[in-house]
Write a protein that binds this ligand. Structure first.
Ligand SMILES: [Zn+2]
Length: 364
């Protein structure tokens, strides 16, 4: 046995034949950089490969990756990387894994793969991919994976049920229990029940705010709130949300269309992701609604909505730079800023700093 200097942990013993081992390389007990390695008979299946964004106490750090050291010498044993959904904390580290071995197959839903492919293109990597959908069963070496529809704050999320000779695991990915999602695609509890009858040896489940009793706000309840705020606004409206929250953006587009405003996407990931979502049919964009950010100065203030990144206070994102007066969009007196996203635990200081900055500029 060897000890790693960093953690003092010992290397686990050799895995007996037919035994399943699960090693989280990130995401366990923390928000972000989700990555789990399933291991049996010398082969590895990876579920998710995300990043963690640095906190304000970590200056100079761009991204925090999962700890790849456990698999560094075993990259050729990886049979596939299953991606449950397209959030950064689930796909963001894929380019850094593929830089080590570029032909690891990526498995995920249509939208998830489209988002990671766009990201990989920026790294000049063309991945091997397999698109799957709910109900589909695929075999990767000693792992058989069955995919289950789950609802989340990004479309097309999947849970994965993993069958191996050493046991079965249901890995939910992130999920929500919204019974009225915009796309009608709810978390498939009947499918879960069927797998339960077959037998689940291990249930791995993750859902933000799972410790808070009660129900989460249904996505459809956001629309009327947006409408009310749009009706009150007399100047420009700036809405910030996750650049992957297609259904939230959809409701902003709908409210804008209703109130005769044009929408400009602001922030690189917002522009990129919404182009993908529209192309694949996840986002319904009324004709003539979208304008380029370069052209908004030609429109009266009360005809403009800016759909922006930066709702979590990310320092380089568009909203943060607007709050610092460091963006081409100059926020002024009477503009309305809507943070259309819940606050991820840990981002409080950064978000309130932005709110302070925007208030000082005169925004509502
Ligand atoms: Zn997620």
């Amino acid at each position: 046995m060897t000890q790693t200097a960093l953690t003092g942990l010992v290397t686990p013993p050799r895995l007996p034949a037919g035994t399943l081992r699960i090693v989280p390389l990130g995401g366990l007990g923390e928000i972000g950089r989700n990555m789990a390695v399933f291991e049996i008979d010398g082969k590895l299946l990876v579920v998710d490969c995300g990043v963690l964004f640095p906190e304000e106490t970590q200056p100079g750090v761009d991204l925090i990756l999962p700890d790849f050291s456990y698999i560094e010498d075993r990259l050729d044993d990886i049979v596939a990387v299953v991606l449950t959904h397209g959030h950064e904390d689930h796909i963001g580290a894929v380019p850094y894994l593929l830089k080590r071995r570029s032909d690891i197959p990526l498995v995920g839903s249509q939208l998830t793969l489209a988002l990671i492919e766009a990201k990989l293109q920026e790294h000049r990597i063309r991945p091997y991919t397999l698109t799957v959908e709910e109900g589909q069963v695929e075999k990767f070496g000693p792992f058989e994976c069955e995919f289950v529809a789950v609802n989340h704050s990004i479309p097309d999320a999947l849970a994965v049920f993993i069958r191996t000779a050493g046991g079965t695991v249901l890995h939910t990915g992130d999920f929500k229990m919204d019974q009225l999602p915009l796309d009608g695609r709810i978390t498939d509890l009947r499918h879960f029940a069927k797998l339960g009858e077959e037998g689940v040896d291990l249930f791995m489940s993750d859902s933000t705010n799972a410790d808070i009793p009660g129900f989460t706000t249904a996505e459809k309840e956001i629309g009327p709130t947006l409408e009310r705020l749009f009706a009150q606004a007399s100047k420009r409206i700036i809405v910030a949300s996750f650049s992957s929250h297609v259904h939230r953006v959809q409701q902003v587009l709908d409210a804008a269309a209703k109130h005769n405003r044009k929408v400009a996407f602001v922030g690189r990931s917002m522009v990129r992701n919404m182009a993908i979502a529209e192309k694949l049919g996840y986002l319904d964009v009324p004709a003539g609604l979208i304008v380029d950010i370069k052209n908004i100065d030609n429109l009266p203030d009360n005809r403009v909505v800016l759909m922006s990144t930066g709702s979590q206070g990310e320092p380089m994102a568009a909203l943060s730079r607007m709050a610092n007066g460091d963006h081409r969009v100059v926020v002024g007196d009477g503009d309305t800023v809507i943070l259309a996203s819940s606050l991820i635990p840990g981002n409080e200081n950064a978000v309130f700093r932005i709110i302070n900055g925007l208030l000082k500029l005169g925004a509502t």
